[in-house]
Design a protein around this ligand. Structure first.
Ligand code: B12
Length: 236
């Protein structure tokens, strides 16, 4: 008879993390991070029933096409519009399937839409994907007011899954734009400043609103500050 070989018990949080990374990447996520929900520095607009038991947040990113962004000249075009929509479709699918897989493992999971505005006057979603991503250690909020990642700069779109699955706390990254100000002249209305808090909502929104109408897009998109931010590795 073979003797029992003692195995080192794996930490359950570590086991969850290994499983999460493999599953999310297999579903198409380029970046994956996690945080406890209480560390997210922005409100979560859910009912107590929806939020019940959800202790952690998973941040997921897909990368945008450099070729599509290179095609932007003075604002959004139809190729960017389609790409933007497809990125949202992919993110929502990743979040939907990941939430299902988490539920299958016995935990609660709530996917939050990639791009849904719940209050048009206040211009807010159920939660801020950027702030979940920052708390999860995926990147920092840059001068462009976007989540900037070391790997891909701001050329990512984001989604969040809230869950009761115990997960590790990602290490938030310090502000990493350094001396880079590539996004500032890229904005046609000068809506960006030295810090993310200097971002001018009204100027940005007015520009996106005019693009939506004049270019017949029907969507509040732009992409010029995204294009200007390929990331610290590329800008160096
Ligand atoms: C609503 C919205 C917008 C609005 C307002 C943005 C905002 N800061 O709130 C508008 C239409 C202007 C917009 C523009 C853009 N967006 Co947008 N947007 C969202 C959305 C759906 C919700 C954001 C949210 O809840 N913000 C609320 C709070 C938490 O953020 P906040 O920084 O504290 O914002 C407050 C201030 O702006 C303040 N404020 C200051 N002054 C004023 C003045 C007035 C009158 C008002 C009402 C508010 C206000 O009020 C805000 C709300 O409290 C998210 C998706 C999501 N659920 O996260 C995508 C999201 C933030 N957008 C995204 C992108 C890419 C863009 C654009 C590039 C457009 C495009 N896709 O081509 C531009 C970039 C603008 C910029 N440089 O910041 C991405 C960012 C990805 C990344 N790498 O960070 C997101 C995360 C979508 C996604 N799934 O990836 N967006």
């Amino acid at each position: 008879m073979r003797p029992d070989i003692p195995t080192e018990a794996q930490d359950p949080i570590d086991a969850n993390w290994q499983w999460l990374q493999a599953t999310a990447r297999a579903l198409g996520a380029a970046l994956v991070g996690s945080t406890s929900l209480e560390r997210v520095d922005r409100p979560v607009h859910l009912t107590p029933q929806e939020r019940a038991g959800l202790t952690h947040a998973i941040s997921l990113a897909v990368r945008l096409s450099r070729a599509v962004l290179d095609g932007l000249e003075d604002g959004p075009n139809l190729i960017y519009k389609w790409h933007y929509r497809q990125a949202n479709v992919q993110l929502d699918k990743i979040a939907f399937l990941l939430a299902d897989a988490i539920q299958e493992r016995g935990y609660r999971a709530l996917p939050i839409a990639a791009s849904q505005t719940i209050d048009w006057q206040k211009q807010i979603g159920h939660l801020s994907h950027r702030h979940v991503a920052a708390a999860s250690g995926l990147g920092w909020i840059g001068r462009n007011n976007l989540l900037v990642t070391p790997q891909y700069g701001a050329q990512v779109r984001l989604v969040t899954v809230l869950t009761s699955m115990p997960l590790p706390q990602g290490q938030p990254l310090p502000f990493g734009c350094g001396e880079c100000r590539a996004c500032l002249p890229a904005c046609p209305v000068g809506a960006l400043g030295e810090t993310p808090s200097e971002w001018k909502y009204e100027d940005c929104f007015r520009l996106l609103d005019s693009f939506a109408r004049k270019r017949n897009l029907g969507l509040h998109i732009c992409g010029l500050c995204v294009k200007a931010c390929p990331g610290p590795q590329k800008l160096r």
